[in-house]
Write a protein that binds this ligand. Structure first.
Ligand code: GUN
Ligand code: ZN
Length: 437
């Protein structure tokens, strides 16, 4: 039997960075019709109710129904070390991240952390994540098995590192290739799961490893490749030392076959003009990680400039470098960073980034990210008055954007009234904490 969800609805017919808020489609009395895991229609409630009298009705009142949030860059293995104090990137990796990632050598611990990641992110309205795993193939198995059991569309890959990482957290060029290939054969295209070729970043791979991963990617057209690019200035200087023949950081990836339209570059803050021109020419995607960029002290991503010149951009939490599991908080941080650069990003553009924009960056714009007919039914239902502070501000609103912006700036998991995954409502789970944590 079809389901008919009633409430305010918000979706996008175009990119608000290009078209302005008119790119959005808002129905004050809207509805979304779901059947067989897909969105069949969305529009005015009266029309859809009349056309589908047999549908099971779920009345969300004044709540806002949107496509679920899409987190385009996250490290699920870092869930338990979110909000670790006092370091910049390289020290933060060595002090907090690598020791924790070493623990995922234990498949049972990996499964615990994967389950916790999905419990937390679903409670925050995120229905698709593109995650880094660890070097351990079982960490990929854990993430995909958890996503599969929940019916989620999800992406990850074995993080490859064969230098500048501690004992127990290094692979080799050969094993990175062989393990990645075996995981592709096991998981890529199974249910809603996609494998992503994942060299961590240039400093932790030898040229030989980058080369084999570039070759593996070339064997799988249509697959994504994710890594990090130009996050901190110290990192860029290190890359210059490690790869003296490269013109710049991006050139390291390109020289090893790791640049193409399916490339996802996390951070991409300190780019040269040449890098920007080349990224745009190729049509690679940049992933903005604003809470991480302020938390680790990385810098101010040029959102307005990069979108204005036609780059593809997605939005991401980057937990645990990022300091929040919430894509609402992530939108707020994107707004604040743009303000520091002198641009006020419209709420429509923020919401687009967290849904359709991130879906497009992942090459999934025809599957998820909007309420268009035929899209997979991954939805979030937002309470626009989830706390007294938000409610009193939203009560003064004159339009949707004034009603929504307080939730963007001040909302958290309390704003998530319901989540639908693959056409079914998700029962919220309290994250499981095991005794050893
Ligand atoms: N660069 C290389 N690895 C990482 C990571 O785990 N987090 C962040 N923020 N940057 C990185
Ligand atoms: Zn990252």
């Amino acid at each position: 039997m079809p389901d008919l969800l009633l409430g305010q609805t918000l979706t996008f017919a175009a990119d608000p960075f290009a078209e302005g808020p008119a790119a959005a489609r808002h129905e004050r009395h809207g509805a979304v019709l779901i059947d067989g895991g897909l969105i069949r229609a969305s529009g005015p409630a009266a029309e859809l109710r009349a056309a589908h009298p047999q549908a099971r009705v779920h009345d969300y009142g004044q709540h806002l129904i949107s496509a679920g949030f899409v987190d385009a860059h996250v490290h699920y293995p870092q869930t338990a070390i979110i909000a670790s104090w006092g370091k910049r990137l390289i020290d933060w990796l060595n002090t907090y991240t690598f020791p924790e990632e070493t623990r995922l050598a234990d498949p049972a611990y990996a499964r615990t952390i994967a389950a916790r990641h999905f419990d937390l992110t679903l409670a925050h309205g995120t229905t698709t994540a593109c995650s880094f795993a660890t070097i351990h193939p079982a960490s990929v198995d854990a993430f995909f098995a958890e996503a599969q059991s929940r019916g989620l569309r999800a992406l990850t890959g074995k993080t490859c590192m064969d230098r500048n990482a501690p004992d127990g957290l290094r692979d080799s060029a050969q094993s990175a290739h062989d393990d990645s290939k075996a995981l592709i054969d096991r998981w890529h295209g199974v249910d809603r799961l996609s494998y992503v070729i994942t060299p961590r970043f240039a400093p932790t791979s030898t040229p030989a490893q980058l080369e084999v991963l570039g070759a593996l990617w070339a064997e799988h057209p249509g697959m994504l490749m994710q890594t990090h690019l130009s996050e901190q200035t110290e990192e860029i200087a290190w890359v210059r030392d490690l790869f003296p023949a490269a013109r710049d950081y991006l050139d390291v990836y390109e020289a090893h076959g790791l640049l193409g339209p399916g490339a996802l570059f996390g951070h991409a803050i300190h780019l040269t003009d040449r890098e920007r021109a080349r990224l745009r020419e190729v049509g690679a995607a940049l992933v903005h990680c604003p809470t991480s960029n302020s938390f680790i002290g990385s810098g101010l991503f040029d959102l307005a400039g990069l979108k204005g010149e036609g780059q593809r951009v997605g939005l991401a939490t980057d937990t645990g470098g990022g300091s929040s599991f919430s894509m609402l908080r992530t939108m707020a941080a994107a707004y604040e960073i743009a303000q520091l650069r002198g641009t006020a990003v419209h709420p429509a553009a923020l919401w687009w980034l967290a849904t359709a924009g991130s879906a497009g960056a992942l090459g999934l714009g025809d599957r998820i990210g909007t309420l268009a007919p035929g899209r997979e039914a991954d939805l979030v239902v937002i309470d626009l008055a989830s706390t007294p502070a938000i409610a009193q501000r939203a009560a003064q609103a004159n339009d949707l954007w004034e009603a929504l912006f307080p939730t963007i700036m001040m909302g958290d998991d309390r704003a998530i009234a319901a989540v639908w995954v693959n056409g079914s409502p998700v029962v919220p789970q309290a994250p499981q904490l095991c005794a050893s944590q």
